[in-house]
Design a protein around this ligand. Structure first.
Ligand SMILES: Nc1ncnc2c1ncn2[C@@H]1O[C@H](COP(=O)(O)OP(=O)(O)OP(=O)(O)O)[C@@H](O)[C@H]1O
Ligand code: SF4
Length: 262
């Protein structure tokens, strides 16, 4: 049920393993830290890692009179989470559903979860653009504001991959908020020096070529990797880190686009 959702933010990537779930969870946690009521929906049916990242793996979904009740991270119920991972016995149980079964599961996730009034629903989607994405878009028509963030890495900067995402968003009428480059160099936890192991700046130039806003570079930071499994926001735990800066700036930008409705 998306009637009570003011705004949806889709997190998309051309390939798997680029940090889509890290960005989704950190964005949801940062919005919660800023006082918003947030939902995080993990529909990456092949790799539902959100319950693990947020340390909610032992939790179960309950059926209430109005629908599925999300799992809440906190007592105040500021961050509700729904993931296919809650329905699996173990994180390693591969979900091998095919076409129609996948689509109907995603539909159920979009229609049958009872979200209380939400300022934001962040959706962690599977990599690429597939039938699952089309199902999501079709179900988002009732939401007043919907936009997408594209996550890439310096290595992934194959213009083709991201271009497919851009074409998909344009076709389905989803506004793209911009591009985030993850795993952009290595930030030393001791002195914060950033070393560009691969190339750098690819996300930024891709944003320029595509005429999209560039939303920042998140370095490889072992401390950020270690936040997975704890369910804490980088802005709270690592306030001085580059990662924290990227998410702070992102929430400011989201607010600006929220307030003027563009
Ligand atoms: N900036 C970072 N610094 C350090 N580790 C990171 C960073 N971003 C992601 N990781 C780690 O890289 C791994 C993959 O990240 P994540 O699960 O977020 O990717 P994904 O794109 O969602 O993958 P999938 O498509 O397989 O679900 C995780 O172990 C995560 O903790
Ligand atoms: S970046 Fe600085 S603290 Fe880190 S290993 Fe190199 S010299 Fe040492």
């Amino acid at each position: 049920m998306l009637e009570n959702v003011k705004r949806v933010i889709l997190i998309l990537s051309g390939k798997g393993g680029v940090g889509k779930s890290t960005v989704s969870t950190q964005l949801a946690l940062t919005l919660k830290e800023r006082g918003y009521k947030v939902g995080l929906l993990d529909i990456d049916l092949c790799g539902p890692s959100v319950p693990y990242i947020l340390n909610l793996e032992d939790q179960n979904i309950h059926q209430g009179s109005e629908g599925w009740i999300p799992v809440y991270l906190d007592k105040e119920q500021k961050l509700g989470v729904m993931s296919i991972g809650f329905l699996l016995k173990s994180r390693n149980d591969a979900v091998v559903w095919r076409g129609p079964k996948k689509t109907s599961m995603i539909k159920q996730f979009l229609e049958d979860v009872y979200w209380q009034d939400l300022d934001f629903l962040v959706i962690d989607t599977p990599p690429g653009t597939s039938d699952e994405h089309i199902t999501v878009m079709e179900n988002l028509r009732s939401v007043p504001q919907c936009s997408a963030i594209l996550v890439t890495t310096p290595q992934e900067v194959s213009i083709e991959d991201v271009r497919k995402e851009i074409t998909f968003c344009n076709k389905t009428g989803i506004k793209i908020m911009g591009i985030i480059e993850n795993m952009s160099g290595y930030e030393c936890p001791t002195c914060s020096e950033c070393t560009n192991i691969f190339s750098s700046g690819g996300g930024k130039s891709l944003a320029e070529i595509s005429k999209l806003p560039f939303l920042g570079s998140i370095p490889i930071d072992p401390r950020v990797g270690a936040l997975a499994g704890k369910g804490v926001a980088a802005v709270k735990e690592l306030p001085e880190s580059s990662t924290s800066r990227v998410f702070n700036d992102l929430v400011i930008r989201i607010n600006e686009t929220n307030s003027n409705g563009s």
